[in-house]
Design a binder for this molecule. Structure first.
Ligand code: NAP
Length: 244
């Protein structure tokens, strides 16, 4: 199979559902070998079996992305299985839409840890591998909530703005090493995200939100730039939605 990512190795966090799963399919379709991670290992196993049918190699590591050991083991799986790591998609994340006065400190910690600490940990362990290769692409799956503030989403917005700031700073820090860092910022996407925490299955199904495959297309675009070009940020909305 001749694909745009033949010979490349991509690590995707939160690959058991939604956008991460769609990214895995999109990158595998272009020939990338994959390392997948999330907590639900039966889903990772099923996805890995499906993607191997495309002729790519797939490793997976089940674990909580908030634990540093999961990040360490998953990056190690890339180097052990494939001897390199070309692409990191920091996608694992969660939402919990609440007004500030209804939000507990524990809920703040859970969102910040799931969205930002995981991003830090996986990037922290992936970057030395990419620095030694003098190449790599790192993408943060942020959100339009990482670009604009929205009522009822203050803590979620804070976690997503944090990812954008992290990406902008690392772009400056890592570009001299040949590493491209960018943020993908979609509006609402039809996934399991925030179900029971501000979203319901019915409302998501009836909404005109983006499909996970739309976002995977943007991720693929950012992963397939020419050697001289890097995508710093992509903002996405459906044609039905105003910008904010
Ligand atoms: P999703 O369908 O709920 O999937 C979330 C993924 O993250 C799952 O694979 C889940 O796997 C993983 N995950 C969550 N907590 C984890 C943890 N502690 N350890 C390991 N894995 C964890 O959500 P999605 O819509 O695809 O969201 C993916 C990313 O896109 C998130 O960062 C989200 O903020 C962002 N985003 C979503 C939307 C939207 O409207 N859906 C819009 C813009 C941006 P396990 O449960 O198996 O661990």
């Amino acid at each position: 199979m001749a694909g745009k990512l033949n010979g490349k190795v991509a690590l995707i966090t939160g690959a058991s559902a939604g956008i991460g799963e769609a990214c895995a399919r999109a990158l595998a379709a272009e020939g990338a070998n994959l390392v997948l991670t999330a907590r639900r290992d039966e889903r990772l196993e099923a996805l890995a079996a499906e993607l191997r049918q495309l002729g790519v190699e797939v490793a997976f590591v089940a674990g909580d992305a908030r634990d540093e050991e999961t990040a360490r083991r998953t990056v190690q799986a890339a180097t052990d299985s494939f001897g390199r790591l070309d692409i990191l998609i920091n996608n694992a994340g969660a939402g919990n839409y609440k007004n500030l006065v209804d939000t507990s400190a524990d809920e703040y910690d859970e969102l910040m840890d799931t969205n930002m600490r995981t991003t830090f940990l996986f990037t922290r362990h992936a970057v030395p591998v990419m620095q030694s290769q003098k190449s790599g692409t790192i993408l943060m799956l942020s959100s339009m909530a990482g670009v604009y503030g929205f009522a009822g989403e203050a803590v979620y917005c804070a976690t997503k703005f944090a990812q954008v700031g992290f990406a902008q700073a690392l772009d400056k820090e890592l570009r001299p090493d040949g590493i491209k860092v960018g943020a993908i910022c979609p509006g609402g996407v039809k996934t399991e995200f925030a179900l029971g925490k501000g979203r319901t299955e019915d409302k998501v199904a009836q909404s005109g939100m983006l499909e996970p495959e739309d976002v995977a297309g943007a991720v693929l675009l950012a992963c397939t730039q020419s050697a001289n070009s890097r995508i710093i940020e992509i903002q996405m909305r459906t044609m039905d939605e105003a910008l904010t």
